[in-house]
Ligand binder design. Structure first.
Ligand code: 0X9
Ligand code: ZN
Length: 776
């Protein structure tokens, strides 16, 4: 025995198995890290023990360190030589040639659902086969693709049997077994039974072997195919050409590994299993490190445990066995986002023949399970991002589609929507509702104008969310409606060109075409600009006043303009209580106004320049109640008409000019309460220059904007004016709504809260209460 060992060592270029023993070492994976891979090839590591093929230096090292071990096989060859004699007779384990023959038989017998390809060649020129199984195998159908691989490691013969059994199950079950049929129709399976043909052949014909058969040109042979991929390369691997875990001179130095790399990038597998032996384990990334979890740890673990439930294996993060870099799974996972698993099959490299069918059956079941779930993965969830909206009521519907018919076992519970205000701290979650077999909808509740929201969709158990992206949308602040109520005239153009130039968004409601807007039509707009032109007889009907009343009660803001409005509706409650105005005269006889919104120097001409010449009866108005006069007429030469005469075809007015000074009398009133109003006693279109129209419009709309500071100041004011709740109740919920939105803003700017709460007002107390609730 000894002599034989020495003899083989001399021929170690031929066989590095020579002189190696198989030992078990107590201590399991904990001890794996201190074993030098140049001398120890760990074949199995559990919680309490570890099995390794070890050379004589390794044995000496164990002795020297006083590490306990027991010898399972004095000579590792003893594990294999009985098998080599039996394989010839039993033929239970596939040889390379048998795999080749069987694959080509399958490909011709099941031509409609198979395609046989050679995806590369081994170092010694053997073909690496890949059999595709799918309906329409000639097309790339954008179905989730699954990769199964065997025999990275030469001596792990059982790793060829499971993928071959899987092929057999799919092909024989197609058309008779409905589950198999639907999987074959809805997936693209690719099976590579032998990744390392040279190594397998060598191990079945010459000697125990693990690696490929690269001639390292230093007397040694082979690179570990499961240490040569491109991620974490070098970890738990050897730089020695003689080692069983030799990582190779660089990543992807081996043609067998390049074949898998190029093939995987082409097919973009969603899931994969690489079969090895032994240990009855399912391993998932990371393999190269145990100090962190993979981004999809939860998903990987869940999938591994689902498979483990069917084959009885232990599911663990790969590095828990021992950290190993350059192996297939970490690379597949990082490079093509494939959820990649390694199975350590059985209790030995070459289990007893009687065990093979059992091992295959339960592992085929696990693989089918993964195939079913592959449909859940990133590519099949479709989602159209929500765009910005002018709707502050919500809900905002987020639609997603997942074809459940083609993804058996998945349901609406498998995804979830998370949203938050942009810049906010934490996400809120909402469930999806099923709308049809493939359509799902989740609802984000309504938010205030100006709020930007972000959201993402989270797939079942995945901690990686950006697969469907993180999306943003805004509830547009500049949300205004122009009510064109000039009885079909074209005065609105003077306003609209201003909005366009200022790039302020708007919608138009044409009363002549669509009728008077009801309260519901006005609802939701931040600002309503209502123009009546020179319509003197029905400037604002009762119904229109009622719609505006409701709009304002709900906290809206209104710019109302037109000549003769006061003349027409001066006696209405709306005029005094909502416009906060009192009518004085229907003819200011003026051509200019002055002073606006705190800027007393502002002045512009009406009835002149390029404005519309309809300003014959600009109303003289005054503030009533809480209103404030903010524009006055500048000139004082009025025009009075003594009479009208009708000559059969046309009314003509006979002007009588008299000196009446209207200078200093009211032209416009504003009110800022729970709602905001600017009412002009003249038609906006009369402002006599494009530049003046634009500047004035801009400052009016700015003032009307319900920003936080204004809302806060306004609340202080209400609080001071009305220390009792009776007045607040009257405000019809508007104060409540304001407090809600201010409370949100206070969370980011405490000075606003301070300002409000320093007054002993009712609103201050309400706000305080709200902020307290928010903290809980
Ligand atoms: O070490 C390997 O390449 C695999 N085990 S085997 O005994 N078949 O050689 C396992 C690779 C998976 N990853 C880790 N071991 N971390
Ligand atoms: Zn292996």
């Amino acid at each position: 025995m000894k002599i034989l060992a020495i003899f083989l060592v001399l021929f170690s270029a031929f066989s590095t198995a020579a002189g190696k023993s198989v030992v078990t070492i107590p201590g399991g994976s904990r001890i794996a890290g201190i074993l030098n891979p140049d001398h120890f090839d760990i074949t199995k590591a559990g919680r309490g023990y570890l099995t390794a093929i070890v050379d004589s230096s390794g044995i000496s090292w164990l002795e020297q360190k006083g590490i306990e071990y027991s010898v399972l096989y004095e000579d590792v060859e003893d594990v294999f030589s009985p098998w080599r004699s039996r394989i010839a007779a039993a033929n239970r384990y596939h040889t390379y040639e048998e795999v080749q023959q069987e694959l080509s038989d399958y490909a011709s017998r099941y031509a409609s659902i198979t395609k046989l390809e050679t995806i590369g060649k081994s170092c010694n020129g053997k073909d690496i086969f890949a059999l595709k199984i799918s309906d329409n195998p000639g097309q790339d159908e954008s179905e989730p693709a699954m990769l199964l691989m065997g025999a990275h490691h030469a001596r792990e013969w059982i790793s060829v049997e499971v993928p071959m059994a899987f092929i057999d199950r799919l092909l024989k079950g197609y058309g008779s077994d409905s589950k198999i049929t639907s999987l074959v129709n809805e997936r693209e399976f690719w099976i590579v039974p032998i990744q390392n043909p040279d190594g397998l052949h060598y191990s079945q014909n010459t000697s125990d072997w693990r690696k490929n058969r690269r001639d390292n040109k230093d007397g040694s042979f082979g690179i570990d195919p499961n240490r040569n991929y491109g991620y974490g390369w070098g970890v738990g691997a050897s730089a020695s050409t003689w080692s069983d875990t030799y990582k190779g001179p660089q990543i992807f130095s081996e043609p067998e590994n390049c074949a898998i790399r190029d093939f995987a990038r082409r097919e973009k597998f969603s899931v994969s299993i690489s079969y090895h032996s032994h240990g009855n384990q399912i391993l998932y990334p990371w393999s190269y490190t145990g100090s962190i979890q993979a981004p999809d740890f939860e998903l990987l673990k869940d999938l591994a445990e689902g498979m483990a439930a069917l084959n009885g294996f232990e599911a663990i993060q790969s590095s828990d066995l021992y950290p190993a870099g350059g192996e297939s799974d970490d690379w597949l996972y990082t490079d093509i986002k494939c959820l990649a698993f390694t199975f350590e099959l059985g209790n030995s490299f070459v289990p007893a023949e009687s065990e093979v069918d059992g091992i295959c059956a339960k592992n085929v079941a696990s693989a089918l399970y993964l195939a079913g779930r592959a449909g859940n993965l990133w590519s099949v969830l479709k989602h159209e991002p929500v765009g910005s909206t002018t709707d502050n009521h919500g809900p905002y519907r987020v639609k997603a589609s997942l074809d459940l018919a083609h993804n058996p076992g998945f349901g609406v519970q498998d995804f979830m929507l998370y949203y938050k205000k942009a810049g906010g701290m934490s996400y809120s979650s909402v469930r999806f509702n099923k709308m049809s077999d493939s359509e799902f909808e989740a609802e984000i509740p309504g938010h205030d104008f100006g709020v930007a929201l972000e959201y993402y969709i989270l797939l079942n158990n995945s901690i990686r969310h950006p697969e469907t992206g993180v999306h943003n949308f805004r509830i547009e602040r500049y949300n205004r409606l122009v009510v064109d109520d000039d009885n079909g005239r074209n005065y609105e153009r003077f306003l609209i060109s201003g909005l366009d130039t200022l790039k302020l968004g708007y919608e138009v409601h044409d009363v002549k075409k669509s009728g008077s807007p009801a309260a519901d039509r006005l609802k939701g707009y931040t600002q309503v600009i209502w123009l009546t032109g020179d319509d003197s007889s029905a400037s604002l009907t009762d119904a229109e006043q009622a719609a505006l009343t409701q709009y304002l009660d709900n906290g809206g803001s209104l710019l109302l303009t037109g000549q003769d409005i006061g003349y027409d509706i001066k006696d209405s409650v709306f005029y005094s209580k909502y416009l906060h105005s009192a009518y004085k005269d229907d003819n200011a006889g003026s051509s200019a106004v002055r002073g606006a919104l705190g800027d007393q120097s502002l002045a512009f001409a009406i009835t002149g320049g390029d404005g519309a010449g309809n300003q014959r009866y600009p109303d003289v108005i005054d503030a009533s109640g809480d209103g404030q006069l903010f524009l006055t007429y500048e000139t004082g030469r009025g025009t009075e008409f003594a009479a009208s005469s009708y000559n059969g075809s046309k009314i003509s007015e006979i002007p009588l000019t008299r000196d009446v000074s209207e200078a200093g009398k009211g032209a416009a009133v504003l009110f800022s309460g729970a709602y905001k109003v600017i009412y002009l006693g003249f038609g906006f279109e009369g402002i006599g220059s494009e530049a003046d129209r634009r500047a004035f419009l801009n400052s009016c709309l700015d003032w009307l904007l319900p920003d936080t500071a204004q809302k806060a100041a306004h609340l202080c004011w209400i609080g001071e004016q009305h220390p009792g709740s009776e007045q607040l109740g009257r405000l019809n919920g508007a104060v409540e709504a304001l407090i809600d939105s201010i409370a949100d803003d206070c969370a980011s700017d405490p000075s606003i809260a301070g300002k409000i709460m320093s007054g002993r007002s009712m609103t201050g107390m309400m706000l305080q209460e709200r902020l307290r609730e928010m903290k809980h």
